[in-house]
Design a protein around this ligand. Structure first.
Ligand code: FAD
Ligand code: NAP
Length: 558
């Protein structure tokens, strides 16, 4: 279902790496943006295929998500045995995870180990941002401009294939709060945490947001702070992580690593697990409660919403799981009023990303921690000394909080943010930003019509954030690099989806989403967390297995 045009065969790596007088490459076969787990695997595969490639990364080292998100408590929420590379089988022998859910430093050490082992840094230009990319029909190439972090002059290079491995959750969103620049104390953003760490000892700290990043960091910041105020707009459902050593039963299953991984690749979320056969309303209340209790004890993001097969489809079924978690929140939080404020009621459980925590709800039982319900008292502004809240209607009092430090745990312009922050111009001057103004339109989340030879790793309308991303990233990297190799072998210089294929894929996405409860939440999955962003279902909801089969079928159908 892709349109290919035949041009001269692409030359080999050594022939196409052209340099300017200063020895810099000015023309490469492939430009990759990003050196997270996707960008690194791309560079390894392209090198193995003998394709000339260069990656560019804003940060000064590898790791992507695990380079930027160094806030206290940052760790994965997919078990580390699942959340790792599978393409180098030796890694499973060389690397033993110390915990079921490894911390950010351990994951970053792992990514560094892989980069060292395969000498991947030499193909990456760090501290350099891709600013814009323009397609040239006459040469069938992209012209890319890069900006060094030191503010030096922009540099230009050309490439045949342009791959955005820019991450689904890499562009922190504007907090969208009046005066957010006004605070004169310490300001921290979870997704851009200082490398040297932060000592909150003896400080008065305000945390804005109660998503996964906040829920992981709040208990640890509270350990140090003298006083802590959490500003919550929408409460989230969080389940206990039950972290500890890797689970013995999982370690045992993983001994047959090849089989285990093949099962993961063909599972619905990129993690092998048993799929439920029953709907929640097909059993009696006691049975249901016992099943939810078992899921609660398991400590994974998949267990509870995977307990019955209709929890994302049937509001009545979903409500039983949501009420189960609310009952747990009430049992953990001493003050009934605080417990009620922490109970999510405005969206079906699972339609916003579930959180995993260690002592999150219990933190609100500590004397120096308090919660402000922004639905009752919205933030009016951030001032030089703190945060002002109140209805702002003159009818109720406003309140001011003074802080030494404010932590913005306000999330990301997810899935499309990092892509459209680059000014991308395709065929006939078409702007990607404009094309996607009403929501992303892609073919398989891999390509978009009007932008030939541009690939996205875990792009919108692919399973991406609804899956174990390690599995989804590898599938995309392999599909993209196999495609580039095939095009080169067959002497094609251009690949682009047809408008019809793209429309059908977008429609299929919308149809799938429409039969689920996901559209009922104002979530970042729906683009609803960023002011002015079009409301659209961003990830593909049909599952990793179904999606993978579609990608295989497309290739087989030539
Ligand atoms: P990223 O790791 O985001 O890397 C993209 C890189 O591109 C970044 O380093 C960025 O600096 C660079 N970049 C972007 N734009 C430009 C530009 N214009 N020029 C140059 N460089 C650019 N997923 C899971 O499956 N399981 C988990 O447990 C999990 N935990 C997470 C925890 C946190 C705190 C966050 C934020 C996300 C988590 N995710 C998790 C999702 C996670 O983002 C992916 O699993 C994965 O790390 C993404 O890798 P990536 O290489 O695709 O993108
Ligand atoms: P998030 O889930 O989008 O949470 C952002 C929080 O900030 C929300 O509570 C949001 O409230 C609040 N917020 C945003 N703007 C605000 C404003 N102007 N005023 C008041 N509150 C505001 O972001 P995140 O916590 O960084 O997590 C994003 C995703 O990254 C996660 O869903 C997950 O996929 C991934 N992640 C994973 C882990 C992990 O456990 N491995 C950890 C961190 C992140 P509203 O809900 O009302 O918008």
């Amino acid at each position: 279902m892709t349109d290919t045009q035949t041009h001269q065969p692409t030359q080999t790596q050594t022939q196409t790496m052209r340099h300017d007088g200063g020895g810099r490459e000015v023309d490469v076969d492939v430009v990759v943006v990003g050196a997270g787990i996707a960008g690194l695997y791309l560079m390894k595969r392209l090198r193995d295929l003998g394709v000339g490639a260069r990656a560019f990364e804003t940060g000064d080292d590898v790791g992507g998500t695990w380079y930027w998100n160094r806030y206290p408590g940052a760790r994965c929420d997919v078990e580390s045995i699942d959340y790792q590379y599978s393409w180098d089988p030796e890694l499973a022998e060389e690397w033993t995870w110390s915990e079921r859910y490894a911390t950010q430093p351990e994951i970053l050490r792992y990514v560094n180990h892989v980069a060292d082992k395969h000498d991947l840094r030499r193909d990456v230009t760090f501290e350099t941002r891709i600013v814009d990319a323009r397609w040239d029909d006459a040469t069938s190439k992209w012209t890319i401009r890069t900006e060094p972090a030191d503010g030096g002059p922009l540099e230009t290079l050309t490439c045949r294939w342009y791959v955005m491995a820019t991450g689904c959750l890499s562009a922190p969103k504007d907090p969208e709060i009046e005066g957010s620049d006004a605070f004169e104390g310490e300001v921290y953003v979870t997704g851009r945490w200082p490398h040297e760490g932060v000592d909150f000892t003896g400080k008065r700290v305000g945390v804005i947001g109660t998503g996964s990043s906040a829920i992981q960091s709040i208990p640890l910041i509270a350990d140090e702070a003298d006083e802590m105020v959490v500003f919550q707009r929408t409460p989230n459902f969080s389940l206990p992580a039950r972290n500890g050593p890797p689970r013995p039963e999982k370690v045992e299953r993983f001994e047959q690593a090849d089989d285990y991984r093949e099962e993961a690749r063909w599972s619905s979320a990129g993690v092998p697990r048993d799929m439920p056969e029953l709907g929640a309303m097909m059993v009696d209340e006691d049975t249901r409660r016992a099943r939810y209790e078992q899921a609660w004890q398991e400590g994974t993001i998949f267990s509870l919403t995977g307990a019955y097969n209709d929890l994302f489809l049937n509001p009545e079924s979903n409500a039983t799981a949501a009420e189960f978690v609310r009952s747990k929140i009430r049992s953990k939080v001493d003050d009934p009023e605080t417990a009620e404020i922490l109970c999510p009621t405005t969206f079906p459980i699972g339609t916003k990303r579930l959180c995993l925590d260690t002592n999150y709800y219990e933190t609100f039982n500590r004397g120096h921690v308090s919660l402000v319900d922004l639905r009752a008292e919205p933030i009016q502004r951030i001032t030089a000394t703190g945060v002002e809240v109140g209805a702002g209607d003159g009818a109720s009092e406003s309140r001011s909080f003074e802080f030494d430090a404010i932590v913005f745990a306000t999330g990301f312009d997810a899935m499309t943010g990092a892509i459209v922050r680059v000014d991308i111009e395709g065929r006939d001057g078409l702007s990607l930003r404009e094309k996607w103004a009403a929501g992303p339109q892609t073919y398989l989340g891999l390509m978009t019509e009007g932008f030939p030879n541009l690939f996205m790793v875990t792009g919108p309308q692919s399973p991406s954030v609804l899956s174990n991303m390690a599995v989804s990233i590898e599938q995309h990297v392999e599909w993209i690099t196999d495609t580039i190799e095939r095009l080169r072998e067959d002497g094609h210089d251009v690949i682009e989806p047809t408008e019809l294929a793209e429309r059908a894929w977008v429609q299929h996405n919308d149809d799938f989403a429409g039969i689920t409860l996901f559209t009922q939440a104002n979530s970042w999955y729906m683009g609803a967390n960023v002011a002015g962003k079009a409301r659209a279902v961003l990830p593909y909801i049909g599952g990793v297995d179904r999606y993978r089969q579609t990608c295989v079928d497309v290739v087989e159908a030539d």
